[in-house]
Design a protein around this ligand. Structure first.
Ligand code: HEC
Ligand code: HEC
Ligand code: HEC
Ligand code: HEC
Ligand code: HEC
Ligand code: HEC
Length: 356
């Protein structure tokens, strides 16, 4: 019940007044996007990119507003129906004005992003807003220490007045508060809270070196991100494209022991027991959530908007909470839209878009 209340609060939050383009885009999202894309390939129905170049306007408007009739009688529509294995586009109940608006959106989106093409500056790690892992908690947490001292005084008082059992209980509380605030909190976190998670990896691979200093493109290694649901971690063969030759860190006299581990894993490839590097997974949504990298990355959302400034991280840290509120907030465009990417619209808010 509480969850439902929270959810409706989340969804009723007023957004800024959207532009006409955003309104049309939202209509497309709500009525058409589950079956069509503009420029990202066929889904249930055809990719609508360049629609106006292949069809007469009157035909398009007719097809959208009187879908059933067209699929029954119009020869072109029947051809299309056969091509899409007899899957019928549903009657979407669009008026002629709405169909015109949708066509306007499709035409605009077909042209791709306009405006300055240069890359926005990559996000830079701001030490003040840096997500802290519990392991990074340093020094005593003063409110906790104060509480522990207070409890200690209370325990002493209870003991003084002869209440031995309550005194022992309060003493235990004081000890717990003391442990927590003097450093114990480094070793514990709340269940399911993974923000800031940054486990040590079997090889001290550094994004700061590869993506930062060497400026290797994220997609060179995580090529899955542009093509599929999962970004994927590269196989050793990708590392060996360079590490066949590179065996030392810059300026080092000795070959790097960490690179040697990469080579060692590679050399098992022809043996009877080939061994992949067992990277520890960091980002992990629950199974009941559907997330696709492709639909985000192909919509010009930069990796850093979700993963933080990975190119500055010597060890990857989960920068975002990956909570439902985080997804939904961005889908409602609470965040500023990158100026060069006006094509970006909001994402779906429909429960079924993420839970299926
Ligand atoms: C349930 C899935 C579905 C929905 C929702 C849907 N379509 Fe379609 N659409 C199709 C399919 C499938 C086809 C191919 C014809 C067929 O098999 O019915 C198609 C064909 C089309 C075509 C012809 C494309 C071409 O290449 O000539 C247009 C235009 C179109 N849809 C526009 C829309 C618009 C606009 C909306 C939203 C109002 C929409 N569709 C919603 C499934 C859908
Ligand atoms: C040279 C290859 C390479 C490049 C380039 C690279 N990565 Fe990675 N990435 C890896 C490897 C290997 C791992 C697994 C080890 C680790 O977590 O550090 C990884 C892990 C990650 C993870 C965490 C995966 C998880 O388990 O949740 C994210 C997020 C990530 N990379 C994002 C990026 C981004 C963003 C860029 C570009 C700025 C980038 N990577 C560039 C190789 C690469
Ligand atoms: C495009 C070339 C390239 C690729 C691909 C590449 N590396 Fe590197 N790597 C380098 C270079 C160059 C250095 C030395 C850089 C330096 O020290 O400034 C290096 C250094 C390293 C180091 C030494 C530690 C450090 O950060 O200096 C490790 C470990 C390492 N790489 C692991 C990997 C792994 C694992 C992969 C595959 C996921 C990989 N590399 C892919 C070029 C590459
Ligand atoms: C819209 C937010 C978003 C963007 C943009 C994004 N990611 Fe992710 N990434 C996620 C989420 C959420 C997960 C966890 C997915 C899961 O558990 O199914 C994830 C997981 C990963 C993983 C580990 C799991 C996997 O899917 O293999 C890697 C590696 C990764 N992302 C790299 C990248 C790279 C590289 C880019 C840019 C090309 C990128 N991501 C862009 C949100 C994003
Ligand atoms: C940085 C902003 C941002 C974040 C964070 C984000 N999204 Fe999205 N998402 C978008 C945008 C923009 C689109 C619309 C893309 C398009 O036009 O198809 C989208 C589209 C989608 C779609 C529909 C795309 C498709 O496959 O057709 C799903 C599903 C989705 N997001 C799920 C998620 C989930 C789950 C999360 C959280 C784990 C998430 N998103 C986080 C911006 C975001
Ligand atoms: C943009 C993607 C997205 C949309 C839309 C979305 N969800 Fe979620 N939902 C998520 C993610 C991601 C999680 C996992 C969050 C976590 O584990 O903290 C989640 C978790 C949940 C949970 C489990 C919460 C928990 O703490 O276990 C429920 C229940 C839920 N969603 C219901 C809904 C309902 C109802 C709607 C429609 C009003 C909806 N969701 C729409 C992404 C989405």
């Amino acid at each position: 019940m509480i969850k439902i209340l929270l959810l409706s609060a989340l969804f009723s939050h007023a957004a800024e007044a959207p532009s006409q383009f955003q309104k049309d885009a939202a209509l497309f999202q709500a009525k058409c996007a589950k079956c069509h894309t503009v420029g990202r390939g066929d889904r249930v129905g055809p990719d609508l990119k360049g629609l106006s170049e292949r069809r007469e306007k009157a035909w398009i408007i007719g097809f959208i507003t009187k879908t059933d009739q067209y699929l029954n009688d119009d020869p072109e529509a029947k051809k299309l129906l056969a091509k899409f294995n007899g899957v019928r586009m549903e009657n979407t109940g669009m008026s002629e004005a709405q169909a015109n608006a949708l066509l306007g959106y499709i035409d605009a989106a077909s042209k791709g992003p306009v405006g300055p093409e240069e890359e926005p500056e990559p996000a830079v790690e701001d030490p003040a807003s840096k997500v802290r892992m519990p392991e990074e908690a340093r020094g005593p947490w003063l409110p906790g220490v104060a509480a522990a001292l207070l409890l200690l005084a209370l325990a002493a008082a209870a003991w003084q007045f002869g209440f031995a059992v309550p005194a022992a209980l309060v003493l235990a509380l004081a000890a717990g508060a003391g442990y927590w605030s003097l450093g114990g909190r480094r070793y514990h976190r709340l269940l399911g809270d993974q923000q800031g998670f940054a486990p040590a990896q079997p090889i001290a691979y550094s994004h700061a070196t590869h993506a930062g200093k060497l400026k290797i493109d994220c997609l060179y290694c995580h090529y899955g991100a542009a093509r599929s649901d999962v970004a994927g971690v590269p196989p050793v063969s990708v590392c060996m494209n360079c590490h066949n030759a590179v065996r030392k860190s810059a300026g080092a006299a000795e070959p790097s022991a960490e690179i040697a581990k990469v080579v060692a894993a590679w050399e098992t490839r022809l043996s009877s027991a080939p061994r992949a590097i067992e990277w520890t997974r960091i980002h992990d949504l629950p199974d009941f959530v559907h997330f696709s990298h492709r639909s985000h990355v192909s919509n010009d959302i930069r990796c850093q908007e979700c993963h933080g400034p990975v190119q500055d991280m010597a060890r990857v840290r989960q920068a975002s909470s990956l909570s439902m509120g985080w997804c939904v907030n961005c889908h409602r465009q609470q965040k500023a839209v990158a100026p060069s990417h006006w094509k970006r619209t909001g994402g779906p808010l429909d429960c079924a878009a993420c839970h299926w």
